[in-house]
Design a protein around this ligand. Structure first.
Ligand code: BTN
Length: 263
């Protein structure tokens, strides 16, 4: 497996990250991000970047499989910094998925990128990117945004169950991408959108609407022991998933969602 060649100076120059922790190999960039986020004096935003991730974690207790050519990184942020307001974690989560979608579309004009609540990014109904948000125990306000983006990797070598559910940018665009270009574009778009979110200048609901792959579909949301089924009506202004159920309108603030309509 060849090691991708990251241009750390260029990433520093062209993005708003304050510091970079780069490792050729890491179990999980979120694990290192969470560890470093606890250090009061760490420079933020901090980018934790791994050429190879050996034990990537997904949401819940899932694993995140990645192969050579994929991007695996985490950004440690301070989302509570003044001014002027505290951004809610769910809105940061949706904003991250939207920023990645916009970055991918700008890299490959014509590519149609969808979002699946809370923060999956899809191309051709397959997952191209997963996002894992985690908070360190302290200090308050810090957030680790872990991003796994399939760029030049191939799913031919992936576990069989992934082959029909995942896609890479290379598969979709039929060409290879420079990982630096993709990483920089995602980091720039993420920084811009988060800045706008914090300044109340980003309408997440409006931006989500045209990209939402679940709106109008029958879905089931699993939250802890509760399972709610209904027709998805998009998201509300707090970022909750809105379902029309036989018992009325229900808003889900967390959970795992699956479509129960045939494709
Ligand atoms: C999901 O869709 O379940 C979330 C996947 C998140 C994967 C990324 S890869 C970089 C970062 N480090 C991890 O261990 N996980 C996230």
């Amino acid at each position: 497996m060849s090691t991708p060649c990251f241009d750390l100076n260029r990433i520093r120059r062209e993005t708003q990250v304050g510091a970079i922790e780069y490792r050729e190999e890491l179990a999980s960039t979120n694990d290192l991000g969470l560890q470093l986020a606890q250090q009061q004096e760490v420079t933020l935003p901090l980018l934790v970047l791994a050429a190879r991730q050996t034990a990537g974690r997904g949401r819940g207790d899932r694993r995140w499989w990645s192969d050579a050519g994929a991007l695996t990184f985490s950004v440690v942020l301070d989302v509570d910094r003044p001014p002027p307001a505290v951004a809610r974690q769910s809105l940061v989560s949706l904003t991250t998925a939207l920023a990645i979608s916009e970055a991918l579309e700008s890299l490959q004009p014509g590519l149609q990128v969808g979002v699946k609540w809370p923060n999956d990014v899809l191309v051709c109904s397959r997952k191209i990117c997963g996002v894992l948000l985690e908070r360190p125990a302290r200090p308050a306000g810090r957030l680790v945004v872990g991003i796994g983006l399939n760029v030049n990797n191939s799913f031919a070598a992936a576990p069989t169950e992934l082959q029909h559910r995942a896609i890479s940018l290379r598969d979709a665009a039929l060409s290879k991408f420079d990982l630096n270009d993709v990483l920089i574009r995602v980091l720039q778009r993420l920084a811009d959108r988060l800045e706008q979110l914090i300044a109340h200048r980003f309408d997440v609901q409006a931006c989500w609407r045209p990209r939402c792959v679940l709106t109008g579909r029958g879905v089931r949301v699993q939250t802890g022991r509760q399972s709610i089924a209904g027709v998805c009506r998009g998201i509300d202004e707090s970022g909750a998933l809105v379902l029309e159920t036989p018992a009325g309108r229900q808003c889900c603030h967390s959970g795992t969602v699956e479509s129960i309509d045939p494709d």
